[in-house]
Design a binder for this molecule. Structure first.
Ligand code: NDP
Length: 244
């Protein structure tokens, strides 16, 4: 097994915090040149200072198709190729369906689902050229839905559907598609929930267990990306041991 990404180019969306930030750092430590995208460019600049390797900072809003296309083009212009796209940007605005603020639904669908589709669309010609990989950060909510997570889960189920079609379309051309499904990870994700009761439930749940850390997921991504070319790790489900 190759344990290095030396010479490879990796684009990570949603790299300004949490799983994306940890993944960008992990692939940089493994030798990759990394393009990092998110809306909070100041945080990406700090990440670029902390990373051991070359980092390209991209102000990116994945809900804006042009912004996604520009980010991929800038990555190619700077590094000349793209070997892996880590489609990580996401929001979780959990809440009940009755009386929901549907603008939150729009935001989740546009960010988690359409945004990641735009990124695949823009990156795919380059990934076919490099026989690269797409890492889709889904969720345990992409395997099972539950009360107050209907729309978030719908976006993650959608990622699974899209990823399987993508896999069938490109795998024989050497592009690997990897779906990563984390359980509870300690990040900023739940802090954006606007319903105070659901927010409190998420906090109680986090306090009831030893949650995963972003680095745990980064390690899983790195594992998949460093397998030999004939090995496609198509799915990784990774939960905290304490999570039922
Ligand atoms: P964070 O909130 O820490 O990170 C989310 C990242 O997404 C940030 O970098 C944010 O950057 C970025 N982002 C949000 N909206 C946009 C946008 N429109 N354009 C570009 N970037 C955007 O949460 P996590 O690290 O936990 O989440 C990362 C992924 O992991 C998500 O897809 C999430 O669904 C998934 N996940 C998380 C789990 C958890 O328990 N934490 C469990 C399972 C899956 P910025 O605001 O600067 O744009």
């Amino acid at each position: 097994m190759s344990n290095t990404l030396e010479g490879k180019v990796v684009l990570v969306t949603g790299a300004s915090s949490g799983i994306g930030q940890a993944t960008a750092l992990a692939v940089s430590k493994a030798g990759a040149r990394v393009a990092v995208g998110a809306r909070r460019a100041d945080r990406l600049k700090t990440l670029a200072e902390d990373a051991p390797g070359e980092v390209l900072v991209l102000e990116l809003d994945v809900t804006d198709r042009q912004s996604v296309q520009d980010a991929v083009a800038a990555t190619i212009e700077r590094f000349g190729a793209l070997d892996a796209l880590v489609n990580n940007a996401g929001v979780m605005l959990s809440g009940m369906i009755l009386d929901a603020d549907t603008t939150e639904w729009t935001r989740m669908v546009e960010t988690n689902l359409l945004g990641s589709m735009y990124a695949v669309h823009a990156a795919l010609p380059h990934l076919l050229a490099s026989k690269g990989a797409v890492v889709q950060i889904s969720s345990t909510s992409g395997r099972a839905s539950s009360a107050a997570s209907g729309v978030y889960a719908a976006t993650k189920f959608g990622i699974t559907a899209f990823s399987e079609a993508l896999r069938q379309e490109v795998t024989t051309q050497g592009v690997r598609v990897i779906v990563v499904e984390p359980g509870f990870v300690s990040t900023e994700l739940a802090s954006h929930i606007t319903d105070p009761d659901i927010q409190a439930m998420a906090k109680t749940m986090a306090e009831s267990m030893r949650t995963l850390q972003p680095e745990d997921i980064a390690g899983a991504v790195l594992y998949a990306l460093t397998q030999p070319e004939h090995v496609a790790v198509n799915e990784i489900l990774i939960r905290p041991t304490d999570q039922t």
